[in-house]
Design a protein around this ligand. Structure first.
Ligand SMILES: CC(C)(COP(=O)(O)OP(=O)(O)OC[C@H]1O[C@@H](n2cnc3c(N)ncnc32)[C@H](O)[C@@H]1OP(=O)(O)O)[C@@H](O)C(=O)NCCC(=O)NCCS
Length: 124
């Protein structure tokens, strides 16, 4: 399952100007906020969460809130994420991947979620 999302970094800048850093707590945990030092990184994390919810096919919703997704960085600064246990179990998730980029005022994220699915017909 794959999901993609794009966000204008200025949306984060404006949000912070209006409401301060705590505005980010609407979609980031305190741990994620310490990683998201720049507006570009925070925008990337926002795009990542939307992309992940799209990969699940449900969007940010009651079943998958922003806090059901936790983004972290590995030792090489590559992003990845964990999900609430109910999502892992409901979707039989076996692996996840995430890629983020930002340039020219935009941040883009692509998420891939692998799981054991029922066999379906892929040929026509
Ligand atoms: C990692 C790298 C590919 C990022 O590419 P970039 O064009 O600089 O920046 P992009 O906007 O496309 O991507 C940045 C995002 O990539 C992600 N990223 C960083 N390191 C990564 C890695 N090792 N693997 C996968 N993704 C990585 C991060 O999410 C980062 O954004 P964030 O830190 O704000 O969350 C690039 O910096 C690189 O190759 N670095 C290693 C070599 C190097 O440092 N060369 C510099 C001298 S030539």
């Amino acid at each position: 399952m794959i999901g993609i999302d794009l966000i204008e970094i200025e949306r984060i800048t404006k949000l912070k100007k209006r409401f301060g850093d705590k505005a980010l707590l609407k979609f980031l945990s305190p741990e994620e906020m310490t990683l998201a030092k720049s507006d570009a990184t925070a925008a990337g994390f926002y795009a990542a969460k939307e992309a992940i919810s799209k990969a699940l096919g449900i969007g940010i919703s009651e079943k998958c809130g922003f806090m059901d997704i936790k983004i972290y960085k590995d030792a090489k600064n590559a992003p990845s994420f964990t999900l609430s246990r109910h999502l892992i179990e409901d979707y039989n998730i076996t692996d996840v991947s995430l890629s983020i980029t930002h340039d020219k005022g935009f941040a883009i994220a692509v998420a891939v979620i692998e799981g054991k699915k029922e066999t379906r017909q892929l040929w026509h």
